[in-house]
Ligand binder design. Structure first.
Ligand code: F6R
Length: 364
């Protein structure tokens, strides 16, 4: 049942500290604090290329992982949506590995992309939430997310547990390839193990996000901006808002703004900016200034450093915990989910069963 929550989606958002913790316990040895992934029947660390394919929110998890695999493991990564990838006849190299991400394990386009990669001689790894699903069965190796059943059509806890699993995988591969040292690996293990507690801190901003949802609910269009791994999070934020509140939203890479989308900015358009303190911080700060100069209404999601720097410029802000940039996508996912959730509730939509959508897409 919904355990007293008004919707499954809200319950599932609140379950995240727990299920992220459960997923970490599966892939980090709690005693030693070291990563402990199962042995694969192929050499992932020696892969010539990693091809990541998925749909919707699972695709955005894969898109975040592209940044992680490239920076931490120095593996060339291609990421694509399954409905495009499967028909493209992409040439795939010998020694390549294909990674599929799916909550249900039954998404038909993802499954057909998997079968294509198999025919092309790729080894198949999948990250799946539903045990005994078709995608799990047809893979050479499977990593399960420990999200438990996800009932709300909008994916929330499946997404953050996919990210958790992908982070553990990228770090393990990065270490095996010698691309990161022992110390960095331990730092990341530590940062990941802090995530459940920090995620609970983020949930404490629920009331504030509910107030801000009032502003979002009055908008016709909403933009989400981020750079680096926050770019896929911006895309995910826009998807979440569209699918449950039916408000038009777009995510953009913040640096792409000046190549067109900035023309959309006026004082009617809320612009939600995800800006943790990371290597691209100053770059995003200048993008925020560009938006503010055009009277854009910025809602800043940032830690103390970002808030201090921009609070006089932006309309609204929510202070998130400072964290290792690597785990920021896990934490920044939560306010984005809550904002979409509360906006949808204000709009009076059917949050758990949005119109035209199905939980498992087994048609092409
Ligand atoms: C969005 C959402 C969908 C799914 C997509 C893939 O909130 O839930 O975009 O992420 O249909 O589904 P799975 O992960 O089951 O393959």
């Amino acid at each position: 049942g919904k355990d007293g929550y008004r919707h499954y989606m809200l319950k599932e958002i609140y379950e995240q500290p727990q299920v992220i913790g459960d997923t970490l316990n599966a892939y980090i040895n709690p005693e030693t604090g070291t990563f402990s992934l199962p042995d694969f029947p192929f050499d992932l660390a020696g892969a010539s290329k990693l091809t990541i394919v998925a749909c919707g929110t699972a695709y955005y998890a894969g898109f975040v992982a592209k940044y992680w695999f490239e920076t931490l493991a120095r593996i060339p990564v291609e990421v694509d949506i399954a409905s495009e990838f499967r028909y493209r006849e992409a040439p795939l190299p010998p020694g390549g590995i294909a990674l599929f991400i799916s909550q249900s394990g039954e998404t038909l386009d993802t499954l057909e992309a998997l079968r294509y990669c198999k025919r092309q001689g790729q080894k198949i790894l999948s990250i799946v939430n539903a045990p005994e699903s078709t995608i799990a069965r047809e893979s050479d190796a499977v990593l399960y997310t420990m999200a438990g059943p996800e009932i709300g059509v909008a994916s929330t806890k499946a997404f953050t547990t996919q990210l958790t699993t992908l982070a553990c995988l990228a770090v393990t591969v990065g270490r095996a390839r010698g691309a990161i040292d022992q110390e960095r690996m331990q730092q990341i293990a530590h940062a990941l193990r802090e995530v459940p507690a920090r995620a609970a801190d983020v949930l404490a901003h629920d009331e504030r996000l509910k107030e801000l949802a009032q502003e979002v609910s009055e908008a016709r269009d909403v933009l989400y901006l981020g750079r680096g791994a926050m770019y896929p999070l911006a895309l995910e934020g826009a998807l979440k808002l569209k699918e449950i509140s039916y408000i038009h939203a777009e995510g953009y890479a913040a640096g792409e703004l000046k190549h067109g989308p900035i023309a959309l900015i006026d004082d009617n358009v809320p612009v939600i900016v995800l800006v943790p303190s990371d290597a691209l911080f100053e770059k995003v700060v200048s993008n925020v200034q560009e938006v503010c100069a055009r009277s854009g209404k910025v809602l800043l999601l940032a830690d103390k450093k970002g808030i201090d720097k921009l609070k006089d410029k932006v309309r609204w802000s929510v202070e998130l915990p400072a964290c290792d940039p690597l785990v920021a996508p896990l934490l920044y996912a939560i306010p984005v989910q809550l904002l979409a959730y509360h906006t949808a509730v204000l709009k009076g939509t059917d949050v758990d069963q949005p119109r035209n959508l199905a939980k498992s897409v087994t048609v092409e």
